[in-house]
Design a protein around this ligand. Sequence first.
Ligand code: 5RP
Length: 221
Amino acid sequence: MFNQDQMKQIAGEAAIKYIKQDMVIGVGTGSTVKYFIDKLSTMRNDIKGVVSSSLQSTELLKTYNIPVLDLNSVGQVDIYIDGADEINHYLEMIKGGGGALTKEKIITACSKKFICIADESKYVPKLGTFPLPIEVIPMARSYVAREILKLGGTPDWRSGVLTENGNYILDIHHLDIQKPIELEEKINNIVGVVTNGLFAKRSADILILGKKNRQIEIINR
Ligand code: 5RP
């Protein structure tokens, strides 16, 4: 039986088979992505480079001398590889446990293909057990929290944490997420919200799951 870390490793490493010559790759953030980047280092001379979603991933890419590209210069990425905190059977996700959700969502929007890599504990019938992260402009923290209460959620300020964009994170507990796309849009419409961690409007195209039984399962949308 594999433990969670081993499941993350096989999922992250399996994504390498989707990487082709001269591609521009986008990478997310987190412990599963780390395994993908480790593997990508073996192909660093074959790709154009990587658009990174966080300082953490950028550091690792630089350690391997993988070229880090600016999204504004490349315009689009051929493939985006990222983890998730939860992913449902429509490949809609909750992301942002690591606080990098805004840059992750920006790269997602510019990607031709989105591959999610995860251990099997992340694959759930319904989103919402994992608290939904929302990045907010600091002065709007308490206003956004009050609006979230009206939606039935319980906001919890990730105190002491500033995102790379200089904002706060609210983690929302007890949300009843029946319609992820509708809720994503509703939360985005609250003034002061920068991004919410529902990745439903642009869901993943492919899910690579690492499983306890040491196997990989590929799920297409
Ligand atoms: C970071 C994320 C990560 O993808 C998510 O938290 C999963 O992380 P890990 O691979 O460490 O379990 O959304 O903002």
